[in-house]
Design a binder for this molecule. Structure first.
Ligand code: M6R
Length: 616
């Protein structure tokens, strides 16, 4: 996720800003940048791709002034690849206003078109740049007054739809930072003769413990010796400072003990980000920027081959069920590592769909290369903007899940499923899916963040279950239809972070051998929502119970019957069958997280594993 830090005060701003950026590195980013200004209207700006150390290197040796005002940013690309020209800060045409921004400006295209029609040239592919040009436009259109810069930013934000945390500085008023927020955190740090602004307290906790958290739709003018806050509609607000009590390490994880835990709790927000601006409910359609230009190619697709690894492969298997049931397109899924070595047979109008969080997984990249070699269209569902897979595929959809730090993939998996559902609507509506069905899936998708929150609220029940099973020698994981792939996802997590051998099966396969393992010491996790195959999986549950195998069941709210057979039950709310994996995976993540935690494992960096597997 992007990070912001700003400073105004008596000290040299630059080292403070660079230090602040380093403290934001844990959030994940692909480029960074900084701007400092002095009172003689000199501006010094640097941007760099890669680590903050690269930015620092580019500064060393330069003839920097030492003013006490500046803003800086770590960027996680959402619009435009990671590059120097897309890194923040962004400026207006005359370099009078400099903006750093976290979040997404949803209506940036229409604002950009408006500015282009007025003669503005854009220098980046970002949504952020529209803010700098609009601020300049509104500043120039106002008479001189003490609040002119503040008002220009306010007017700009009144035009904006979307999410933002921003910090802005101007050559014309080099005695202030203007900061504002909507759904993207921002706080003001209060010092002695100095103030800071940051998206995350870890950037400034070494400078002050006294902070004011901005609320949504608030805008602040921050000076050396004070600040004022207003709402965007002009009411001034006052707030008591809060005291930061956590240490930096805890703040990075926003109070969570591990990134995995933080990322699980980010799932509701991730779902919102993945669907934001992409559903046209009254038309029962999905509007997916990255594939709109490929509409005609996609209309002709007769078969889809999905390639991915690990958890991304599991997402592919759920996508297969969705595409076949709702879009009527024959689909198959390959482990990317197999695809490259077998001899896949392609027929007319095939599409290779690569799914990857990092966009850098070597086997998945090789599958794309192989498909290209055969002249097949390639598409990506990728989280990391500008990554190799995003660049190597012909077109694709970004997840917008934000950076995932924990090696165990959680929120990215959920975003892959959400994007898969959007893609299913897109493909289905080009084919036989009705308006009503498109609408129905869209409406249910919108409900998901609240439903996930209901599942997260059961964490204490899940902790108790984790305590019971933490010493189990092994586990069997079962699911059917949409949740058969989830049995694999659960098994990956049991192996990856709990170091518990786990056998995953589509439940119907159990009777073909594995049932021999069942006894009172061998527990099973059964994913059994009350869907079209519930009766089938219920019979698995009964068979396990008859052999005295302990059962943890995940089922739909209100299913009391299951308690006759399962010792431990976790409930998920009802939703459309194709979306149940999005809810059912949440307790799986919490359960495996808490078992790993009780066992004292290093959860975010499990042994022998790397976040991104860039070798074969
Ligand atoms: O970055 P990718 O999505 O391509 O990564 C694929 C797998 O390496 C990854 O999902 C892995 O299985 C996870 N660590 C599982 O939690």
């Amino acid at each position: 996720m992007c990070g912001i830090v700003g400073y105004i005060g008596k000290r040299d701003a630059l080292p403070i800003l660079i230090n602040g950026l380093k403290r934001l590195e844990y959030r994940g980013y692909d480029s960074s940048g900084v701007v400092v200004l002095d009172e003689k209207t000199n501006v010094y700006v640097k941007r760099a791709v890669g680590k903050v150390a690269e930015l620092e290197k580019s500064i060393n040796g330069s003839d920097w002034l030492r003013p006490g005002l500046g803003i800086a940013h770590t960027r996680w690309a959402t619009h435009g690849e990671p590059s120097e020209r897309n890194a923040h800060p962004h400026a207006d045409t005359d370099n009078n206003f400099w903006v750093v921004h976290n979040g997404i400006i949803e209506n940036y295209k229409e604002l950009k078109d408006e500015l282009i029609s007025e003669g503005v040239d854009f220098r980046s592919d970002t949504d952020t740049e529209v803010l700098a040009h609009l601020i300049a436009k509104y500043y120039n259109g106002q008479p001189s007054s003490p609040g002119r810069f503040f008002d220009a930013v306010k007017k700009t934000l009144q035009r904006v739809r979307g999410t933002y945390g921003i910090a802005v500085v101007s050559k014309f008023e080099p005695d202030k930072i203007i900061a504002a927020r909507n759904s993207s955190p921002l706080l003001i740090g209060i010092g002695d003769g100095e103030h800071m602004v940051a998206s995350d307290a870890s950037a400034i906790i070494h400078l002050t413990k006294s902070v004011i958290y901005l609320d949504d739709h608030e805008i602040a003018e921050i000076r050396r010796d004070g600040f004022r806050i207003e709402t965007l509609d002009g009411n001034s607000t006052t707030r008591k400072p809060s005291l930061l009590e956590w240490d930096a390490a805890k703040i990075e994880k926003l109070g969570h003990d591990h990134f995995m835990h933080k990322e699980i709790f980010e799932i509701p927000e991730v779902i919102e980000n993945s669907i934001r601006g992409r559903l046209i409910l009254d038309e029962g359609r999905a509007k997916l920027g990255g594939i709109e230009d490929a509409k005609d190619t996609l209309r002709k697709i007769e078969r889809i081959i999905i390639a991915g690894c690990g958890t991304a492969n599991v997402a592919g298997r759920v996508t297969e069920y969705m595409l076949e049931e709702y879009a009527g397109i024959p689909t198959e899924v390959d482990a990317a590592s197999e695809f490259r070595y077998r001899k896949p047979v392609f027929t007319k109008n095939n599409l290779l769909l690569a799914i990857s969080q990092s966009g850098e997984t070597a086997d998945t990249l090789a599958a794309i290369k192989e498909a290209k070699e055969k002249g097949i269209s390639t598409m990506g569902i990728v989280n990391a903007v500008g990554s190799s897979i995003a660049r190597d595929t012909d077109f694709g959809i970004y997840n917008h899940a934000g950076p995932e730090i924990s090696v165990a993939s959680t929120k990215a998996f959920v975003s892959q499923l959400v994007v898969a559902a959007l893609f299913t609507i897109f493909m289905g509506r080009q084919r036989e899916m009705s308006l009503t069905m498109g609408k129905r899936i869209g409406e249910q998708l919108k409900e998901l963040p609240n439903l996930v929150k209901k599942v997260l609220a059961q964490e204490n029940i899940i902790i108790e279950i984790a305590k019971k099973y933490k010493d189990m020698p092994a586990i069997l994981t079962l699911g059917r239809k949409y949740n058969a792939p989830l049995a694999t996802e659960a098994a990956i997590k049991f192996r990856e972070i709990c170091y518990v051998p786990a056998i995953d099966l589509p439940a119907g396969e159990m009777k073909h051998g594995t049932i021999a393992l069942i006894d009172e010491k061998f527990p099973s996790l059964v994913i059994a929502p009350q869907d079209s195959v519930y009766e089938k999986i219920q019979s698995n549950i009964e068979q396990i119970s008859a052999r005295r195998g302990p059962i943890i069941a995940i089922t739909t709210e209100g299913n009391e019957e299951i308690k006759k057979f399962a010792q431990d039950v976790i409930y998920i709310p009802k939703t459309l069958e194709m979306l149940t994996p999005i809810l059912a995976v949440v307790p799986i993540y919490l359960l495996t997280y808490h078992i790993a935690r009780l066992k004292g494992h290093e959860i975010d960096k499990p042994r022998n594993l790397a976040k991104s597997v860039t070798v074969e």
